[in-house]
Ligand binder design. Structure first.
Ligand SMILES: [Zn+2]
Length: 378
């Protein structure tokens, strides 16, 4: 792992489309809060306050990558590559842990939600998400419909809205997150058991029956090691729930645009297959899952001594089902259909203009003939 001053591009030229080349322009409409946060990040990258590192593929140890993008949706410089061996899409080079820590404290929330404080609306949205996750876990047989004293742990819980729903259903809940402002909101307003820190800082008095990673795995720097740690603490018959944006769900999300999915906070970009490869390397096997992505995993019968002894080595030894050809073919198909749709819009815009000009001419003629009738001319 080498630390470099500025992001270098390890994967060569971008083959997907030229719009993924770095130009500093956002493709989202940013509000004033977001623009300020974006400018702060750029300035910190220029001043080398934020440092970058190049890493080997977390799942297969591969060192060869195909360059997919040089920017994210905010117009920030972001090197997104696909591992040519296992197909895992990742940000590489990426910021160092210290730089990400600074970024999450300083700009992340303002950039991502455009708001600086947790709100009741945000909490209720999370609570509704909790209801969906609960329903899914029951459906998959990972949790009883009327859980009595099941212990649910959420990593990256924010204000704890998801856990609130599980508590209402009779579960004992605990959450952990790095953002103290959100934790305080959940603790003070809702009396939830939430604490600051990472998975490694957690002290538990019993093994969780369910562990939730909702939109967290894509932010981790060393997901194989962290999820390997979850394997050690979870109840042997426990369930791990993971939700993350799905690269292969673009027909139904992010306006069918891979670029809109990219944000500099994300270190990984998963398909169900690449997520499964990752979890496999951490000692989990999939019970159920879809490309949206939501999925439930159970501990796989892997030698846990090997995992505990040398997590990295264990990861590289594990089998994976390469997603490289599949995911690249998918992204090229999406890009092609986007170009087709854009051409249709341009065509129909030209046709609409011609029609409008025609109508205008007719209207003027109409107005000359019957100047009193203005209502029907629009
Ligand atoms: Zn790989």
């Amino acid at each position: 792992m080498s630390t470099r001053m500025l992001p270098l591009l390890p994967g060569g030229p971008i083959t997907l489309a030229s719009r993924y080349e770095y130009d500093g322009r956002p493709i989202l409409r940013l509000n004033a809060t977001q623009r300020a946060a974006r400018d702060e990040v750029e300035s910190k990258v220029r001043r080398v306050t934020y440092e970058f590192e190049t890493v080997d593929c977390a799942v297969c140890g591969g060192v060869e990558f195909e360059q997919l993008s040089e920017k994210d949706r905010y117009g920030l410089r972001m090197s997104v590559v696909a591992c040519t061996a296992c197909g895992l899409i990742q940000t590489n080079p990426r910021m160092t842990q210290a730089s990400y820590d600074d970024f999450y404290n300083s700009e992340y929330r303002r950039l991502y939600v455009g708001e600086e404080v947790p709100t009741d609306d945000f909490f209720q949205t999370q609570r509704r998400r909790g209801a969906q996750i609960f329903g899914y876990l029951v459906e998959q047989g990972a949790l009883p419909k009327q859980p009595r004293d099941s212990f649910v742990l959420e990593v990256g819980c924010g204000a704890g809205g998801i856990l609130e729903y599980f508590r209402e259903q009779g579960c004992r809940v605990k959450g952990t997150d790095l953002g103290e402002e959100y934790l305080t909101f959940g603790v003070e307003r809702h009396g939830l058991d939430l604490s600051a820190g990472t998975m490694a800082d957690l002290e538990l008095d019993r093994a969780p029956d369910v562990v939730i990673y909702s939109h967290v795995a894509e932010h981790l720097l060393d997901p194989v090691r962290e999820l390997g740690h979850v394997r050690e603490i979870i109840d042997p018959s426990g369930a791990l729930y993971v939700a993350t944006p799905g690269v292969k769900y673009l027909e139904h999300s992010y306006e069918t645009d891979f670029l809109r999915l990219l944000q500099n906070a994300h270190t990984y970009h998963f398909t169900l297959k690449s997520l499964r490869n990752l979890l496999g390397a951490s000692g989990f096997e999939m019970l159920a899952g879809d490309e949206t992505i939501k999925a439930v995993f159970k501990r796989s019968p892997v030698d846990s001594a090997r995992l505990a002894g040398a997590p990295d080595q264990a990861a590289y030894d594990s089998d994976f089902d390469s997603d490289y050809e599949d995911v690249l073919a998918y992204l090229r198909r999406i890009e092609k259909s986007r170009r087709g749709a854009a051409a249709m819009v341009r065509k129909s815009t030209r046709a609409a203009k011609r029609a409008a000009v025609g109508t205008l001419k007719k209207t003027r003629l109409h107005d000359v003939v019957r100047p009193s009738n203005g209502r029907e001319s629009g």
